[in-house]
Design a protein around this ligand. Structure first.
Ligand code: HEC
Length: 106
């Protein structure tokens, strides 16, 4: 077995940092906002888990106008069956979540 040299170690660390950071930020955000109390596993009642939502959103990849629609829709106030946690999201937070889900949610 060849020992990895210093250069490839640094490269690996860089890749790890670049790929895990945004995901962690989203998940921390989800925890902070209590999203996982409904969307976690097991989910509350019929709430779709983030994994299921990611599957539902996957076809939106690259469809910028549809993604924007989703972001707007998520934060809209619904008279019946609205989720206050959704309505409290800022445009920025909602955007990050929706895009995170479109990208696979992991
Ligand atoms: C009180 C429970 C509850 C909480 C807390 C909650 N959700 Fe939801 N969420 C739901 C339910 C129920 C649905 C499915 C009904 C629907 O689609 O509106 C849903 C749907 C969604 C959808 C899909 C919307 C669509 O129509 O495509 C997204 C995205 C989402 N939630 C994100 C979040 C995020 C991000 C948070 C944290 C800020 C959050 N949710 C917190 C219950 C909750």
């Amino acid at each position: 077995m060849k020992k990895p040299n210093r250069c490839s170690m640094v490269g690996m660390l860089l890749v790890l940092t670049l790929t895990t950071q945004p995901v962690l930020a989203s998940m921390n955000l989800a925890l902070d906002k209590g999203c996982l109390s409904c969307h976690g596993s097991p989910p509350r009642g019929k709430t779709p888990t983030f994994t299921q939502l990611a599957e539902r959103y996957a076809p939106l990849k690259g469809q910028e106008s549809q993604i924007k629609e989703k972001i707007k829709h998520l934060r809209e106030h619904h008279l019946f069956g609205g989720v206050p946690a959704h309505e409290r999201l800022s445009a920025d937070e909602a955007g990050r979540f929706v895009r995170w889900l479109v990208d696979g949610g992991h």
